[in-house]
Ligand binder design. Structure first.
Ligand code: AHM
Ligand code: MG
Length: 341
């Protein structure tokens, strides 16, 4: 605590407002969206911290559109994000992992410019065991702004991830951390619970060129493609490209695995397998926002053959194989995938 004084730090709202002044693209409307997301994040962080005490752990008994058992905290986080973004007045519609259809914001107007896709609580299988979980979100400009269409139109969401104007994630871990980009680098903030505000701790984040860890569910090894198998086999060996084998690190919460990869370098992969022939992770609210962040930090994100940010989803809940991390390792994986089908 010795070197930490609030007067010498920048809080998230201060940072967002300063960005608006410095960068013409970061308009006041986007500022409002980002402030709503930051507020929703704080409410969810409180819920995550209190869940064990407030009977908010466990299943609801429902199954979501993905066919997965819904947890009480999933529902809570989904409702908080939907409500907070919905009342900002700047958002026309939203997509959530927890809802089958996109849904209109509460305070929508014809002038509302943005659509937001989010995974309100990622890493659900880790909720009950006190392991880090997260939230992932991406903001894009609505396509149908001036057209006379229903305010909530799928076409607003079916845009390649490179059109996102902002993206970010929160990790609810040993501390709560908020990381985001508006296309001008990546910055990270830790929540100071005493004052209830995020404070800038990781300015201008860059992912290392390479790293010492690979991260994947290796239980799926036998149903991967030959290229992916060869890459992962290579991670365990030393040779010309690496002096010693990489270490395996896998939390099973995408946000936690990605965050470690961002800070320390390495590679995360969730390739296609027999159970998930199109990949498991969702393009719109898992892959595209993290791809936006990683590219802004000097990293790379791919489905094995194409850049994630170039892919146009056909459906709001589309899935994709996902390979993300340090550029050298992702390129190495792409080479193996291209050469060994
Ligand atoms: P969720 O959004 O329902 O929590 O599912 C996504 C999670 C990711 O956080 C994680 O990378 C992956 O699923 C883990 O899957 P598996 O248990 O198959 O390894
Ligand atoms: Mg998820």
């Amino acid at each position: 605590m010795a070197n930490y004084t609030l007067s010498s730090t920048i809080t998230l709202p201060e940072f967002i407002r300063a960005q608006q002044v410095l960068h013409p693209n970061a308009s006041s409307d986007l500022t409002n969206v980002l402030l709503s997301i930051a507020l929703a994040t704080k409410v969810v962080a409180r819920g995550v911290n209190m869940a064990g005490l407030a009977s908010m752990l466990g299943m609801t008994g429902e199954t979501n559109v993905q066919g997965e058992a819904v947890q009480k905290l999933d529902v809570f986080a989904d409702q908080v994000f939907g409500a907070m973004l919905g009342k900002s007045g700047e958002v026309i519609s939203m997509v959530s992992e927890e809802r089958e259809q996109l849904f209109a914001a509460q305070n929508t107007t014809r002038e509302s410019k943005y659509v937001v896709a989010f995974d309100p609580l990622d890493g659900s299988s880790n909720i009950d065991v006190n392991v880090a979980i997260g939230t992932i979100w991406g903001v894009s400009r609505r396509e149908s702004r001036r057209a006379k269409v229903d305010p909530a139109h799928p076409r607003d969401f079916l845009q390649p991830g490179e059109r996102q104007v902002a993206a970010g994630y929160t990790i609810y871990g040993s501390s709560t951390m908020f990381v985001f980009s508006t296309g001008d680098g990546v910055n990270g903030f830790i929540l100071d619970p005493e004052i209830g505000e995020f404070v800038l701790t990781h300015p201008k984040m860059r992912i290392p060129e390479s790293g010492a860890t690979y991260s994947c569910n290796e239980g799926n090894y036998h149903s991967w493609s030959n290229g992916v198998k060869r890459f992962v086999d290579g991670c365990k060996q030393n040779g010309a490209s690496r002096p010693k084998p990489l270490s395996l690190r896998y939390v099973g919460s995408l946000v936690a695995d990605f965050h470690r990869t961002m800070l320390k370098g390495g590679i995360f992969l969730y390739p296609a397998d027999k159970r998930n022939p199109g990949g498991k992770l969702r393009l719109l609210y898992e892959c595209a926002p993290l791809a936006f962040i990683v590219e802004q930090a000097g990293g790379r994100a791919s489905d094995g053959t194409s850049r994630i940010l170039g892919i146009t989803p056909k459906d709001i809940h589309d899935r994709s194989p996902f390979i993300i991390g340090s550029p050298r390792l992702v390129e190495e994986c792409e080479r193996e995938v291209a050469e060994h089908q």
